[in-house]
Design a protein around this ligand. Structure first.
Ligand code: ASP
Length: 322
């Protein structure tokens, strides 16, 4: 039986043209699909023009809007493809991954480095990979790009110009489109009934440490009302925690006393954070920071927003951040 796919367009380069002031999205959902005739041959497609934005202008409430678009149509389709700007697509993919808990159908984000209207565009190939993933029936939230299908919580935009912009970080990629078929790796399957979570607390920020970071910066974020901060630490989990005036420990104590959840990650792209390796990291752990383990910054930001909305109990939040 022919599969029925809902195509949700949100903007991005894929739909962009240069109207004299740089690229901006303008091409309608239906035109994107009709530019790739193989798609209509593959499945029945309905269109939803949900947004028409450069993804730099997306905010967490737009993630909720995308999640709601999927949830409200869940029973009517076999899968969903979402076209999206590449610049913040890893954040959206991670957010949808954690919001659409135990989803039983494919939700596949894609976009392109060059607009559909460019003769050298990668948009057609990316849409084809995304639709093949959507009709596969394989459940989950994925990001499909340059023939690679990545789990929604593991994608990172690694290149601003290369066609293979997205890579899977610290997890094997979900699948690869070899031109004829998808070759799947083992991926997590739904462990229970679909139960979406929509609430999120957007009072989350990241703080990337540089040598000599002023601890007041962390205090300032706490004073501004941020409830979750992802600290991008050095290497395996290096945090300045000695006796010097630049030690972050007093600011960490201050933020935690104010009810802020601090989650440490690493500035290294690969291998995750290992706070228990060096004394500098162990000290931070002893003062109450959480480990972001092997998650990307994008995944931690999304996960933290959901955890903070779910509870203000530090134990529950810590459990949810595992
Ligand atoms: N600025 C664009 C966006 O993120 C870039 C892209 O789509 O490739 O919307």
């Amino acid at each position: 039986m022919r599969k029925k796919i809902c195509f949700i367009a949100t903007g991005g380069t894929i739909a962009s043209s240069n109207q004299g002031n740089g690229f901006m999205p303008s091409m309608a959902a239906e035109s994107l699909i009709s530019a790739v005739p193989q798609l209509a041959a593959m499945c029945d497609i309905d269109f939803l023009q949900l947004l028409q934005l450069d993804s730099s202008n997306l905010v967490p409430q737009h993630w909720q809007k995308m999640a709601m678009a999927v949830i409200s149509r869940y029973d009517d389709y076999d899968g969903f493809v979402i076209s999206h700007g590449t610049d913040t697509m890893a954040y959206t993919a991670a957010a949808l991954y954690y919001m659409l808990v135990n989803i039983g159908k494919p939700v596949v984000l894609t976009g392109s480095q060059l607009p559909m209207e460019n003769p050298k565009t990668d948009a057609k190939g990316n849409l084809l990979t995304a639709f093949h993933t959507a009709v596969s029936g394989c459940p989950g939230v994925f990001l499909a790009f340059s023939s690679h299908v990545i789990l929604g919580n593991a994608a990172k935009k690694m290149y601003s110009q290369e066609m293979r912009a997205f890579w899977s970080i610290n997890q094997p990629e979900a699948a690869f489109w070899d031109g004829e078929k998808l070759i799947w790796n083992e991926i997590p399957l739904p462990a229970g009934p679909f139960h979406p979570i929509i609430d999120l607390d957007d009072r989350v920020m990241t703080l990337k440490l540089v040598p000599g970071t002023k601890p007041e910066l962390l205090k300032m974020l706490a004073d501004m009302g941020y409830k979750g901060i992802v600290l991008e630490t050095f290497g395996a989990g290096g945090v300045p925690t000695d006796e010097s005036p630049l030690s972050l420990l007093p600011a960490i104590d201050y933020a935690i006393r104010k009810g802020v959840t601090l989650v440490c990650t690493t500035q290294c792209t690969y291998d995750g954070v290992h706070l228990d390796t060096y004394e500098v990291g162990v000290r931070a752990l002893q003062h109450g920071v959480l480990s972001g383990h092997r998650h990307t910054v994008e995944a931690l930001v999304a996960k933290l927003m959901l955890a903070l909305a779910a509870s203000d109990d530090p134990q529950v939040i810590a459990q949810m951040m595992k």
